[in-house]
Write a protein that binds this ligand. Structure first.
Ligand code: COA
Length: 260
């Protein structure tokens, strides 16, 4: 697929996806969602890529939401389909990706933008970042998982307030709430993401895949997190990564994981 609205840069084992519609504050239109879906799937298949970072182009926005111009005249059915297709194509894909995904929130992350950041495995923000779910100010509710993931990440009461007021919180409050793990000056955001990504890339990709699966299982209504953990824990014992990791430890050397 030819990418028009995103670009991908690779640095060693790390891929950085940049959403590139700065004039529209990187708003997520249909094409961008499809491009992101394709990019995430391709990078997940690429054994060389151990971590993915996603960010927005320009200094103002990560993503200022779903593209309002695309759905302003939608019917009930079109509205439902928009949410269902978006969740299936992008937000659920990111959350369940077997490759770790870090959001570098470098400015506004509103509506679908915050929902995208929340689908990522964790988030870092720049000092100028502002986050919110303004949908009720447009007469609609968050439809890309925001009503579920925000309470999971920061608790029900805080999430209710953010959703009902349609207001924005700044980076310091997001840090205080645990919505982001670190807040950095804008020019230090990507370097810190890369540093953390590098640390992750030294570990077993297979074990990380199962860890993501087990953590996510605890937040799904139809899976048992503890049972998933037990299964995944056992499965790890049959992997080459486990053999390499334990052997390297006993031989007092750094592990070189085959990723299988
Ligand atoms: N969908 C479509 N276009 C968007 C957009 C969105 N979610 N967010 C911003 N844009 C566009 C604006 O329409 C404007 O386009 P134009 O130059 O062709 O008029 C451009 O991006 C720049 O935005 P602008 O509003 O001029 O910037 P600002 O600095 O004055 O305000 C925001 C920034 C983020 C506060 C404001 O753009 C905003 O409120 N955006 C919508 C946020 C939202 O409700 N998101 C949830 C959608 S469900």
């Amino acid at each position: 697929m030819n990418y028009e609205n995103i670009y991908i840069e690779e640095e060693g084992n790390i891929a950085v996806i940049t959403i590139n519609r700065p004039k529209k504050l990187n708003a997520l239109n249909k094409r961008t969602i499809l491009e992101l879906h394709t990019a995430f799937k391709e990078l997940e298949e690429d054994d060389e890529i151990k971590v993915i970072i996603i960010t927005g182009s320009g200094e103002k926005a990560f993503v200022a939401g779903a593209d309002i111009s695309e759905f302003a005249d939608f019917s009930v059915k079109q509205g439902r389909d928009l949410a269902a297709e978006g969740q299936e194509l992008l937000f659920d894909v990111v959350e369940n990706l077997t490759t770790p995904v870090i959001a570098a929130v470098n400015g506004f992350a509103l509506g679908g933008g915050l929902e995208l950041a929340m689908s990522c495995h964790f988030r870092l923000a720049s000092e100028n970042a502002k986050m919110g779910l303004p949908e009720v100010s447009l007469g609609v509710i968050p439809g890309y998982g925001g009503t579920q993931r925000l309470p999971q990440l920061i608790g029900k009461g805080r999430a209710m307030e953010i959703i009902m007021t349609a207001g924005m919180i700044d980076a310091a409050k997001a840090l205080d709430y645990g919505l982001v793990n670190y807040v950095m000056p804008q020019d230090e955001l990507l370097p810190l993401c890369l540093k953390i990504a590098n640390r992750i890339s030294n570990n077993s990709p297979v074990a990380i895949k199962y860890a993501i699966k087990a953590v996510n299982a605890g937040f799904k209504y139809d899976t048992n997190g503890y049972a998933t953990e037990i299964d995944a824990f056992g499965t790890c014992f049959g992997t080459n990564d486990f053999k390499e990791g334990t052997t390297a430890f006993l031989e007092k050397r750094k592990a070189d994981f085959p990723g299988s």
